[in-house]
Design a protein around this ligand. Structure first.
Ligand code: PLP
Length: 417
């Protein structure tokens, strides 16, 4: 987003934030986060409607607390995420584990704390039956619909590893009976950043599947609501209202004919947090290599992986003074440049072939819409410390919500010297 239009920094100068908290730096805006939560909670007018936030998207405890205050529950994909969610105050009954290819220990953990588990294969159903016979469970189906911004994030349809194919429903029913498991819900998740039509096609497909089970309490349509990442070239936000209304029509109709009281569930991640953050970094070098021009920055893929892993596009802002980013047309004619990180991989880039005002050493860059799958995918490759995270509160304070790693703690858990 254009951070100026949204008063993202609440008057703080991004250059000063970097001076105070170090570069690179994740900066979050509380107001935007709360607004996105509220939009998700308002997605459906169905009386029993639950929004499970996908904790893997961003698990900073301060953000999780805000998300909980806004009334969301959680979608959990590992034991560690459950530990984080509980530390932020979520109760096990506010968690749906959507696990994929995990061992008995993780299933047992989820059952023991009293969370609900969604099982996504016959073999996992058998494993769960052995450790938690008699439980109430969800099944994740592959309803045949997929959609997403990159082949690596399409999680439904042929050729993905997720969900149980509907052809196995007879075996599913046998296993449920064998272990006395009660099927209370079904879910699917078709992919990340899917367009609204794919979401609705998914709703239709999952409701069709739901008819094969007569005692469901929950139907969960997954997440994947798209965030517009190309705002500088005019990309508009998803028409959430229209998608919500169309989905409501399908769900209300179904619920009436199903004859049991159902709870309608969704599992957004990206939509909730993506726009609430800008990742700040510093330009340290400018060079030409062959036909290409490069700006070398401290924004390596250990800090932000999405461009490297998914060829993701993020709009870039440039700050040279004051909270206002440089206008893209403000200075000399734009120059085509690649913005790269400081790591020893050719795939280490933040932006390719961008037309930007000529960059200078010392410029602070803002990678916009960086709140989803940003810090949560950061790592310590090259023994670089993961950055700090700062929250611009509603009151306008810049509050440190995670400090930068220290090199000492990065050595701490090594043993046997
Ligand atoms: C990742 C994930 C989500 C959230 O996806 P977004 O694209 O971030 O909305 C929802 N459900 C499941 C099962 C997931 O794995």
């Amino acid at each position: 987003m254009n951070t100026h239009d949204f008063n993202f920094y609440h008057g703080h100068d991004p250059r000063e934030l970097v001076k105070t908290f170090g570069s690179p730096l994740y900066v979050y805006n509380e107001r935007i986060l709360r607004e996105r939560c509220a939009e998700m909670v308002g997605f459906s007018s169905y009386p029993k409607f639950v929004v499970n936030y996908a904790v893997k998207t961003n698990s900073n405890l301060s953000l999780l607390k805000i998300i909980r205050e806004e009334g969301l529950h959680t979608d959990i994909s590992s034991e560690g995420e459950a530990v984080a969610a509980m530390a932020a105050g979520f109760l096990p009954k506010e968690m749906l584990f959507t696990l994929n290819g995990v061992g008995a220990a993780e299933l047992e953990f989820a059952a023991k704390i009293g969370a609900t588990i969604s099982v996504d294969s016959l073999s996992q159903l058998e494993t769960l039956g052995k450790v938690a016979a008699g439980g109430r469970i969800f099944l994740r189906f592959n309803s045949g619909v997929g959609g997403g911004h990159h082949e690596k994030v399409i999680t439904g349809g042929d050729g993905t590893k997720f969900g149980i194919m509907p052809q196995y429903i007879p075996q599913v029913k046998e296993l449920l009976a064998k272990y006395d498991l009660k099927l209370i819900g079904i879910n699917h998740h078709i992919g990340s950043q899917n367009p609204g039509e794919a979401y609705l096609a998914g709703v239709r497909a999952l409701l069709e599947l739901a008819r094969q089970f007569d005692d469901l309490e929950y139907i969960d349509f997954g997440g994947g609501f798209a965030t517009p990442y190309h705002k500088q070239s005019g990309e508009k936000p998803l028409d959430l209202r229209a998608i919500g209304a169309a989905a409501d029509e399908l769900f209300f109709d179904f619920a009436k004919s199903y004859g049991k009281e159902l709870t309608y569930v969704i599992e957004p991640g990206r939509y909730v947090v993506a726009e609430s953050a800008v990742l700040l970094g510093t330009v340290h070098s400018i060079k030409n290599c062959g036909s290409q021009k490069y700006a070398g920055t401290d924004l390596g893929f250990s800090v932000f992986k999405r461009p490297t892993v998914y060829d993701a596009h993020h709009d870039i802002e440039i700050y040279r003074g004051g909270a206002r980013p440089l206008h893209l047309t403000e200075t000399a004619p734009p120059e085509r440049i690649n913005i790269v990180g400081n790591q020893c991989e050719t795939g280490d880039y933040i932006a390719r072939d961008r037309d930007l005002p000529p960059l200078r050493e010392g410029d602070i860059l803002g990678v916009t819409d960086a709140g989803a799958y940003g810090y949560s995918m950061a790592c310590r490759y090259n023994h670089r410390a993961r950055p700090a995270e700062v929250l611009i509160t509603i009151a306008g304070d810049a509050k440190l919500i995670r400090r930068r790693d220290t090199y000492e703690e990065m050595l701490e858990n090594m043993q046997g010297l």
